[in-house]
Design a protein around this ligand. Structure first.
Ligand code: FAD
Length: 381
């Protein structure tokens, strides 16, 4: 085990491994990834695999559009079946306010080159005949959205990284980051110290704690989000269905299981990954309201993970003013998997001193100091 590295990445989720993967693609492998538990133990192994480009903020649309293109290539690149299905996302509006917001969303998405359609409740029912549209006011649909199975993505990165000699240290917790002036000197872990001048904070729901170690304050707050999977049955549901009004989303996996979650508006801030009875009841009831045939389907398992939430529901990417070469890659709220390809690539470029291939200035942590925030409205949870 090395005690010196060109870069230390904290977090063994999709973003930590994805960044190391993009560094390795450019021939840079002097990297150690530190994970306090096991790969995918954070949100990357607990999410719904949704890949959605239908956002209300231009930054999220831009990140998701570029990342979707990258996901289209990733199965071949990693030589893994990532179960990437582009069955579309059907976004349902239930209120007049949502109707107005959706019109703006579609206009912005189309202006940015995304082929989103505004569809009537009847057209939505044509796409999913089992859908209860009695209270649906309208919907939007984009065919190139879809779902991916998170585990082969992250473990695919891990395999390639191990083959190229990158060290991934599981069960190794970062306890402190030591600095000298405004430079990073080393990372102290539960298994010794690693000298480095470069650290990536990809610690998901724990990223504010990591930033605290060097006196950097992030606005991110962790919130529990719960999710479940049902027993499998014959595939009938092509698109992912989502309602921001109900805070629910669900899709059908390649193997036939329904995978979905619902946000609890009363959820308290904090690290809590326990399952609740509230979730099981509310999810079951709401799913049956959406598709009455689900009444005879059994839930197989429920679990919970953390959203690492920022005030504007957009991620924090890039360096901080206080400490040199301390890169943020966090604050992904409920959509850090779908935007991971491009933000990981850009973070690798920043580490190597290259000009980022995408402009990420508006995603800097400094935007929270007096800048007008572009609020993201299209969120669940
Ligand atoms: C229920 C749920 C559903 C979701 N659905 C979707 C979805 O459909 N689509 C989508 O795009 N996104 C979704 N998300 C969000 C997405 O999962 C996350 O944004 C994304 O996985 C974040 O990846 P990450 O690598 O940044 O963080 P994580 O995967 O959380 O990884 C961070 C890692 O850092 C480690 N760590 C923390 N502190 C330390 C330390 N001190 N030392 C060492 N290691 C440490 C943790 O153990 C963890 O493994 C969902 C999230 C949840 C919880």
């Amino acid at each position: 085990m090395t005690d010196k590295a060109g870069a230390v990445i904290i977090g063994g989720g999709v973003n930590g491994l994805g960044t190391a993967y993009h560094l390795a693609k450019k021939g840079y492998t002097d990297v150690v990834i530190l994970e306090k538990s096991y790969i995918c133990s954070g949100a990357s192994g607990r999410n719904g695999g949704g890949i959605r480009q239908q956002w209300s903020s231009s930054e999220n649309i831009k990140l998701a559009m570029e990342s979707t293109k990258m996901f289209e290539e990733l199965s071949d690149e990693l030589e893994e079946d990532l179960e990437f299905i582009q069955g579309g996302y059907l976004v349902l509006a239930f209120t007049d306010d949502e109707l107005e917001q959706f019109k703006e969303n579609v206009a912005l998405q189309r202006k940015m080159g995304l082929d989103t359609e505004y569809v009537s409740p009847e057209e939505a029912k044509e796409m999913v005949p089992q859908l209860n549209i009695s209270k649906v006011k309208a919907a939007t649909f984009n065919q190139s959205d879809g779902t991916v199975y998170p585990f082969p993505v992250v473990h695919g990165y891990a395999r390639v990284l191990r083959e190229t000699g990158v060290e991934i240290r599981e069960h190794t917790e970062v306890l402190d980051i030591e600095t000298s002036g405004d430079e990073i000197a080393s990372v102290r872990t539960s298994d010794g110290k690693i000298k480095t001048d470069t650290v990536v904070n990809a610690a998901g729901g724990w990223s504010s704690d990591i930033a605290d170690m060097v006196g950097v304050e992030l606005p991110n707050k962790p919130y529990r989000h719960e999710i479940m999977v049902t027993e499998p049955f014959a595939r009938f549901l092509e698109p992912m269905i989502i309602s921001f009004h109900h805070g629910i989303y669900f899709s059908q996996s390649k193997h036939g299981n329904i995978v979905g979650g619902i946000g609890n508006p009363d959820e308290k801030e904090g690290i809590n990954q326990r399952s609740s009875l509230w979730f099981m009841r509310t999810m079951a009831k709401t799913l049956v309201d959406f598709i009455p045939q689900f009444r005879s389907v059994n839930m197989l398992r429920q679990w919970a993970g953390l959203y690492d939430t920022t005030p504007d529901a957009q991620p924090i990417i890039g360096p901080v003013p206080e400490v040199r070469r301390f890169y943020q890659l966090n604050g992904f709220s409920g959509h850090g998997f779908m935007v991971s390809p491009v933000v990981d690539k850009v973070t690798a470029e920043l580490i190597l001193g290259e000009t980022p291939s995408m402009d990420i200035d508006r995603l800097s942590v400094e935007r929270f100091e007096g800048m007008d925030l572009e609020q993201e409205y299209s969120v669940v949870g």
